[in-house]
Design a protein around this ligand. Structure first.
Ligand code: PLP
Length: 625
């Protein structure tokens, strides 16, 4: 591709992206495909000769998009937002165009210097103490862009580990590092992100996971008690990881209490504010930062809640020498004559090579301005309150934890199982996407305001979908209880009768559009999708039993991710499908292969649904084999 074609294709690509985002709501929020779908659609060998650009783009729409989960969709309410905005996309495009690798100042001075400047801007924007900033007087601190919050947590742990071992070696010069390491203890809350566990595992240090209080906040007294116990047992507390804005429910560890305990024990205090940290650009939301002055390091992700595309996770340290001492290796070929007077970010993280990520952040901050970014965050908070008000108005539901920022945890009053069913039905429908969390052993549904331009109407629409599914599910449960015995009996009779029924009845049924039939149609649909096992037994998951097992939210989320990928039949899609399909052929094919499982109701619409579902299942099986 030469520059002439690049100009043409680049403009087309910008149009494609803008059209995609403008019309995103015409797509299902989650894809209706099975694992392995793509290998049936694309060649398994790379092409020997370059292909036509139009063909590639056609495949994007036909083969890639059907497997995309649309994180910018107005019905996407899962996880946390995935930051996105046009200035950020353009900033990243420029970074790709420049294509420099900024591992040292000399490797591309602007790449390093803009990163330092922007990190100081953001440090001031969120109200970090001066010691964290690069350009404050006599500062030993500074900020750096890492790829993810997980990296920030790992890197801070490695720095704390290296520092502690150095200190211990001074006191015990003849004791092996491995022996010292075996005594060292790190701490985090049960509600900390699983990346804390992963970091401890990779750094080969012990991690004590502590119980938070009933509001999922780790308290100073809990930490104090366990550290005293550990010290008395000959262990060495060296690192505490706290969270401002936990993944499951956006709770805040109590920094004001934890900070002084860390100071007393001389341990490294890391504060992970992956999502919530962004909100501290609004002064009225800074309450949870009380105690940040005790922190050794702090991180948050503008790629979550500051309209900046992934990857962009910011990390500040009070003492950059403690960080770099853990990570410096300096081969001759990377040294340069300005080393003493400049920052080489390769010593601040794991990889050597680094993209020019500061550019997109700089574009975002300059084009929105601090006020624009504050407005966006405040709007998400307002919309979460609107959703909370909906939940509180409905007696069937309850709010499961205090609502902070753009996240609402809620549940149906009732069993974990019914909430799990409700969520999997909703997700499988492709109408809305949310993920669960486990709070005090209760299965809760997380509703996060995610879309950049989310509106009241989006929130109301989501709530309508949720309540409609809940009503359908509750209808079915009520039916089930009343008809349990009759159901068995009727099932047998229906199965016998089925053989004699004429396919003509299907056409009659199609013409019956009365409310009752629609209601049954819908409720049958819910029954189908609420049990993904119908399609794929491998995806049946249950909540981990008991509290003894360490259960991280990320696991729950991943678990749910599996079930989302189950294929579904949306009732609207189904109607469309029915119109397109030769029903006679469908019906007789399926009849030939299966005995249709029938239900109590003689409503043929239900049986047609079953027919189609079985047909889909058959196709799915055929694809698999
Ligand atoms: N910490 C918290 C509080 C999170 O919510 C998350 C992810 O949602 C992470 C860490 C991990 O973030 P990353 O994917 O940037 O590693």
């Amino acid at each position: 591709m030469n520059s002439t074609e690049f100009r043409k294709r680049g403009k087309e690509m910008v149009d494609y992206i803008a059209n995609y985002l403008d019309t995103i709501e015409n797509r299902r929020v989650t894809p209706a495909i099975e694992p392995g779908y793509l290998k049936h659609l694309v060649p398994l060998e790379a092409p020997q000769k370059g292909e036509d650009w139009d063909d590639i783009m056609r495949d994007v729409e036909d083969k890639i998009m059907p497997g995309v989960t649309h994180w910018q969709h107005p019905r996407f309410h899962a996880y946390f937002p995935s930051g996105n905005s046009y200035p950020s996309i353009l900033g990243d495009m420029l970074s790709d165009g420049i294509g420099c690798i900024g591992f040292s100042w000399a490797a591309s001075p602007a790449c390093t210097e803009l990163e330092t400047v922007v990190l100081d801007w953001l440090g001031k924007m969120v109200g970090l103490p001066e010691e964290f900033l690069s350009f404050s007087e006599n500062s030993k601190g500074g900020g750096v862009i890492q790829g993810s919050a997980s990296e920030c947590v790992l890197v801070s742990l490695l720095a704390a580990r290296a520092h502690t071992i150095r200190q211990l070696k001074k006191q015990h010069p003849f004791v092996e590092e491995g022996v010292l390491l075996s005594k060292m203890m790190a701490y985090c809350s049960k509600e900390a992100h699983s990346c804390a566990e992963k970091a401890a595992m990779m750094a080969f240090v012990k991690l004590r996971i502590l119980e938070p209080d009933e509001n999922q906040s780790l308290r100073g007294a809990t930490l104090q008690q366990v550290m005293e116990e550990d010290r008395a047992a000959g262990l060495i507390p060296f690192y505490v990881e706290t969270t401002l804005g936990t993944t499951s429910c956006c709770s805040f560890d109590n920094l004001a209490e934890i900070g002084p305990v860390c100071e007393e024990f001389g341990v490294w205090l890391h504060v992970d504010g992956a999502y919530a940290g962004n909100s501290f650009i609004c002064p009225e939301l800074r309450g949870p930062m009380n105690g940040i002055e005790y922190a050794s390091s702090f991180n948050f992700n503008p790629n979550k809640f500051m309209l900046t595309n992934f990857d962009c996770s910011l990390m500040w340290v009070k003492d950059r020498f403690r960080l770099t001492q853990a990570l410096v290796v300096d081969p001759l070929y990377l040294q340069h004559s300005y080393s003493e007077r400049s920052i080489d970010y390769r010593h601040w993280g794991i990889p050597l090579s680094r993209r020019f990520r500061a550019l997109k952040l700089w574009f975002v901050i300059r084009s929105f301005g601090v006020e624009g970014l504050q407005k966006y965050i405040r709007e998400h908070c307002r919309l979460a309150k609107r959703f909370e008000a909906h939940v509180r108005r409905e007696k069937r539901f309850e709010v499961a934890s205090p609502v902070n920022l753009g996240l609402v945890c809620f549940r149906l009053r009732g069993s974990n199982e019914s909430n799990q069913k409700l969520l999997s039905s909703i997700n499988a429908s492709g109408k809305l996407h949310m993920v669960p969390a486990s709070l005090n052993d209760k299965y809760v549904i997380r509703f996060c305001v995610c879309r950049q331009t989310a509106t009241d109407a989006d929130i109301d629409c989501a709530w309508n979908v949720i309540t409609q599914f809940a009503t359908d599910m509750q209808d079915i449960l009520a039916e089930k209880i009343v008809d349990k015995n009759e159901l068995e009996e009727a099932k047998n009779k229906e199965a016998e009768k089925e053989e004699e029924e004429s396919t003509e009845e299907v056409f009659q049924m199609l013409n019956r559009k009365d409310n009752k039939s629609l209601r049954y149609k819908r409720s049958f649909f819910v029954r189908m999708v609420s049990d993904p096992k119908i399609y794929n037994p491998k995806i049946v998951r249950s909540l981990p039993a008991g509290s003894s097992r360490r259960h991280t939210t990320s696991e729950t989320i991943e678990d749910n991710n599996v079930s989302i990928s189950s294929p579904t039949i949306d009732s609207d899609n189904l109607t469309e499908l029915l119109q397109q399909t030769n029903i006679k052929e469908v019906f007789s094919n399926v009849k030939a292969k299966y005995k249709i499982i029938s239900k109590t109701t003689s409503d043929l619409s239900d049986r047609l649904m079953a027919t189609n579902s079985l047909l889909q299942a058959t196709r799915m099986q055929e694809v698999k084999h």
